[in-house]
Write a protein that binds this ligand. Structure first.
Ligand SMILES: Nc1ncnc2c1ncn2[C@@H]1O[C@H](COP(=O)(O)OP(=O)(O)O)[C@@H](O)[C@H]1O
Ligand SMILES: [Mg+2]
Length: 295
C-alpha cells in the first residue's frame, strides 16, 4: 500500500488571511453553556448518552459540549462516530457533517495536564502575543493555532487534513481515511520504499520551513498514510521561525524523521537532512508572518 507516495505540486499559496485576531476571552460556546437553555441541555444529554462518545468519562465541561453544539448548529457536524484516538491533550473522533461526509473532530482538554509545556510553544509566536496565560486561554489559542497552522501548511503545498472549522477547544478537519477505518500512522505500516517516502517527508519539512513554520513534533507517529499519500498531522505545536527555539525544534524533527527512515533502510541521517532543509529554503520574512493588526 505504500509503494507510490505521490508528492503534489507546490501550489505556492499567498500568505492568506489566517491571522485573524485571536480573542479567547469569551466565546459563543461559553455563552451557550451559561445560558443552559432547554435545547442545549437536551443536546448535551444526547451526547452524554451516546455510547460511543461516552468513553470520555464525563471529562468534558459544559463549554466543550456547547462548542460541539455550536458546530452542529452551524452545520459542520451532524453525527458523532467513535473515537479514533484518546490522548493526553486531545481526543480525536470520527463524525459526519450535515451532508453525510466524513470529518475528524479533535477535542482538546481544557484540563490538559501539560498546559505549561503548551504555553512554551505559544510564547514567542507573534500570532499569539499578549494572550493570557491561564489554562483556558492557552488551550483555546492552541486550538486556533492548529487550525491556522493547517491552513498555512496547505498553502505551502504540504499534504495535511483540510481544516474546516474551529470553535473554542474543538477543531473540525478532513478525515484522512474512511469512516470506521481511519488511516494508519507511518509507524504502523510496512514501508516498501523508504527512500521515496523519505524524500517526500524531506520536501514537506522544507516547504514548511520555507513558509516560516517548524512542525515541532514530526515523527512517524504524526504522519498518516492513505491512498498513496503521506499526510502530516498534529500541527498544534508548530511554531513560526520567530520562536526562539524554532531551530532546536527543526533539528529535533530532522533527527526523528531521519532516524526513522534510516531504520527502514533509507540513506538518511539527521545532519544532512537539517542541512538540506536550511540550504534549500528561504523562510518567509517577518512582515509576512506577523499578525496584520501588529503593524
Ligand atoms: N484528520 C485525521 N484523520 C484521520 N485520523 C486522524 C486525524 N487527526 C488525527 N488522527 C488520528 O488521531 C491520532 C491523534 O491525533 P493527533 O493530532 O496526533 O493528536 P495527539 O496530540 O493526541 O497526538 C493520530 O495519531 C491519528 O491516528
Ligand atoms: Mg500525534
Amino acid at each position: 500500500m505504500t509503494d507510490d507516495f505521490g508528492l503534489a505540486e507546490n501550489t505556492e499559496g499567498a500568505a492568506g488571511d489566517e491571522f485573524e485576531e485571536i480573542d479567547v476571552s469569551d466565546t459563543e460556546a461559553d455563552r451557550i453553556a451559561r445560558r443552559q437553555d432547554r435545547e442545549f441541555a437536551e443536546f448535551r444529554k444526547r451526547l452524554k448518552d451516546n455510547e460511543r462518545f461516552k468513553l470520555d468519562d464525563g471529562a468534558f465541561d459544559d463549554a466543550t459540549y456547547a462548542a460541539i453544539y455550536k458546530l452542529v448548529e452551524d452545520g459542520y457536524v451532524g453525527a458523532f462516530g467513535g473515537p479514533i484516538s484518546t490522548g493526553k491533550e486531545a481526543n480525536v473522533y470520527e463524525a459526519l457533517d450535515h451532508d453525510g461526509g466524513d470529518v475528524a473532530v479533535k477535542v482538546y482538554r481544557i484540563n490538559a495536564s501539560n498546559f505549561k509545556q503548551m504555553r512554551g510553544y505559544l510564547e514567542g509566536d507573534p500570532r499569539f502575543e499578549g494572550i493570557r496565560g491561564d489554562k483556558k486561554a492557552v488551550v483555546l489559542s492552541w486550538t486556533r493555532k492548529e487550525f491556522s497552522n493547517l491552513q498555512r501548511a496547505r498553502e505551502a503545498g504540504v499534504r495535511v487534513p483540510e481544516p474546516i472549522a474551529v470553535q473554542r477547544n474543538v477543531l473540525v478537519m478532513e478525515l484522512i481515511g474512511q469512516e470506521g477505518d481511519a488511516a494508519p500512522t507511518l509507524n504502523d505500516v510496512d514501508v516498501d520504499n523508504p527512500e521515496t517516502a523519505y524524500e517526500v517527508v524531506r520536501e514537506y519539512i522544507r516547504r514548511l520551513y520555507d513558509a516560516g513554520l517548524v512542525h515541532g513534533d514530526l515523527s512517524e507517529y504524526n504522519l498518516v498514510v492513505y491512498d498513496g499519500e503521506l499526510v502530516v498531522i498534529d500541527v498544534g505545536q508548530a511554531v513560526t521561525i520567530h520562536h526562539n527555539k524554532h531551530d532546536e525544534y527543526l533539528r529535533r524533527d530532522c533527527r526523528n524523521v531521519a532516524n526513522f527512515f534510516a531504520r527502514q533502510g533509507a540513506d538518511a541521517d539527521p545532519e544532512s537532512l537539517y542541512d538540506y532543509v536550511v540550504e534549500n529554503a528561504s523562510p518567509r520574512s517577518d512582515e509576512e508572518t506577523e499578525r496584520p493588526d501588529d503593524e
